[in-house]
Design a protein around this ligand. Structure first.
Ligand SMILES: [Fe+2]
Ligand SMILES: [Fe+2]
Length: 250
């Protein structure tokens, strides 16, 4: 199955029709000035509230929220794969891998982090710069694993000799990205914000907006979120309460 067909199946497209990310980034004000890091105080018009209040770094972290939900699906799938591989529909995993590819790897990582965030952080003083090389290595490894997951899940069923390798690959992917995103949220993005400064952040906000429109069109974040919720629902993972920890021993 080629990538375009895969994207159609998941409802995600690289250009236009899939419409993934738009709303996750603050939009330009009527003056043409991006408002990412400079939320306006005046009351927004109906439907604009969220756009005006989300800053560039909040956007990046919110994108991580979508990706973390994908990781949680992988994590739960690993448990199911090991208990009863037949209970894991390959197409659900394929949809997660596609979402991670289009939203995470091709947009969040490639278009934002690798193009704008990492080069700035790499040149900035402080500890953040020392993380950049390993974060890039992890992006590369993540793409290799996503390729693998897509290859394994294109079949109607997961071959029995692929169950354990797939479970291991997903497990290591989750572990890597949990650490990866935590460092980005707490070290990299704050360092980028500090190194960039308000005026350039606003200018970059405009640039990000252009990239986002090129990639996805409108309502991207909401579409990604909806897609994630559909996948969770199809796997019986929608009920947050089922993850409440049991009471500790008395
Ligand atoms: Fe990253
Ligand atoms: Fe990231």
């Amino acid at each position: 199955m080629d990538s375009k067909r895969r994207q159609l199946i998941t409802g995600i497209s690289l250009a236009g029709a899939g419409v993934l990310i738009n709303a996750c980034r603050a939009k330009q004000g009527s003056s043409g000035t991006a408002t990412n890091e400079n939320p306006k105080n005046e009351a927004p018009k109906t439907g604009e509230e969220e756009r005006l209040e989300v800053t560039a770094t909040e956007d990046l972290m919110r994108e991580h929220g979508i990706l973390r939900r994908a990781l949680l699906v992988y994590q739960e799938s690993v448990v199911k794969l090991r208990q009863d591989a037949a209970s894991v529909p390959p197409d659900a995993l394929e949809k997660v891998a596609n979402l991670f590819r289009v939203f995470g790897e091709d947009y969040h990582e490639k278009k934002l982090e690798e193009t704008f965030i990492f080069p700035t952080v790499k040149k900035a003083p402080g500890v953040a710069a020392s993380y950049v090389d390993v974060l890039l290595e992890q992006h590369t490894r993540g793409r290799e694993i996503t390729d693998y997951v897509l290859a394994i899940t294109k079949a109607d069923r997961i071959a029995s000799n692929s169950v354990q390798p797939l479970a291991k690959a997903l497990e290591s992917f989750v572990r890597m990205y949990e650490h990866h995103a935590a460092i980005e949220d707490t070290v990299i993005f704050p360092a980028w914000k500090t190194a960039t400064g308000q005026a350039e952040l606003d200018s970059l906000g405009e640039k990000f907006e252009e990239i986002e429109q090129e990639q996805f069109g409108d309502d991207g974040y909401e579409t990604a979120l909806k897609r994630m919720e559909e996948i969770e629902s199809s796997l019986g993972l929608s009920n947050l309460g089922m993850f409440t920890a049991p009471a500790p021993p008395k």
